[in-house]
Design a protein. Sequence first.
Length: 202
Amino acid sequence: MASVFAQSDTASIRGTVIDASARFVADSAIRLVMDGKTLAETKTDSTGAYLFSNLQPGSYTVNATIQGGMASGKVQLGTGNSSRLILMDSSPNLIPQSAPLALRGKIIDASGALIPGVTVTATNSVTRKATTTVTGVEKTLGTYYFTGLEPGMYTVSASLTGFGTFASSLQLASEITTQNITLVLAADGRMVPKTCSVPVCL
């Protein structure tokens, strides 16, 4: 891993490079730039991770080469701070991993009625970290809401006894992402998924 400025009270930038299929990208060339000058270069390891340590406070640009393309992003470091950045091959931007994102939606049946008690799970495709909630009743009837999610690809699943199990992949890159879901009754014991992405059910 690359090091710059061997001084105290320094900061670091670390992150992971993944491709459009949410797989780690090893041996990706990463450059650290300040004021147009390259300060350090490194490559991602076998897990797609990179690290620049011992950095002075200031504004940095991180450039990455991935599958013949180029992506870059800026980060502002303070004294003793560190920043985590994850690079998606499907997006030409570095996304601040420390910025929490939210995922929300409604779950309805085939008639359009909101369904309470549905178990909804959001699983990060890279870290495999899973977060689970249950759709509410009364004021939160049939709705779910996740906060504090890292940017990246997720698998969202929803299940309730008697209904087909829903599963779909989506990328979280904006502050709030909405994913509505339609569950249909299981036919002959089989799971029958049906998706409903705003604003049209499929």
